[in-house]
Design a binder for this molecule. Structure first.
Ligand code: MN
Length: 208
């Protein structure tokens, strides 16, 4: 299920959870989960994760989500993560995949926005297979419709997508929550505080 995830981790050497289906602090929300981790790795980025068919489908989004429909945000598909990763916060050792500090920057549930001409609408998994998915996010910071559109060839080594806010009542070109709301929705800590609290030899540098 998450073999690529497990293969990249030695569970004796990283505080990250091993594979599992329990989203911990984020369980029992009644709808499939989404999580946006902020990850202060060698290159600072956000990780968008959507619960689809029992795993967290994942994209690294260098600038994070925008609330402005005119902004297109690059999203690079990464390996599926287990549901148990949803509430992870902590410091990943440098020699483990990615390294760096992680917080749960936002979390909530998602809803399929695709409507069918007749019958059942395509599932999110089917939409992602087709390279274009629309869904509504209901988090603490991020709300409303988003579209993910694959821009790379399906056979390319790196799957590149664009994450764009849909033009709905929640669109707001003036908000910039990735800058103005930096605290974890679980612990209230910033990613820098997690590095200071839990990091060994965290140099605070090397990230943009
Ligand atoms: Mn990451």
């Amino acid at each position: 299920m998450s073999e690529a995830y497990d293969a990249k981790r030695s569970t004796h050497e990283t505080p990250e959870p091993a594979g599992g289906d329990d989203p911990g602090a984020l369980s029992d929300r009644g709808r499939p989960l989404f999580v946006i981790h902020e990850h202060d790795a060698s290159t600072h980025h956000f990780d968008l994760r959507l619960e689809v068919d029992g795993v967290l489908r994942s994209w690294a989004v260098p600038k994070g989500p925008s609330t402005d429909p005119s902004e297109q945000r690059l999203a690079i598909a990464t390996e599926d993560h287990p549901l148990s990763y949803a509430d992870f916060e902590g410091v990943i050792p440098e020699d483990q995949y990615g390294g760096g500090s992680v917080i749960v920057w936002d979390a909530g549930t998602w809803e399929n926005l695709k409507e069918a001409d007749d019958g059942d609408p395509p599932s999110l998994a089917e939409q992602l297979d087709d390279g274009h998915a629309t869904f509504r996010l209901d988090g603490d910071k991020v709300h409303g419709g988003y579209a993910l559109t694959r821009t790379s060839d399906p056979d390319a080594d790196e799957e590149r997508w664009l994450l764009v806010k849909m033009d709905d009542d929640d669109a707001d070109a003036r908000r910039n929550p990735t800058s103005t709301e930096p605290e974890s929705v679980l612990s209230g800590r910033t990613v820098a505080q997690v590095g200071d609290d839990e990091g060994e030899g965290h140099d605070g540098g090397g990230s943009s």
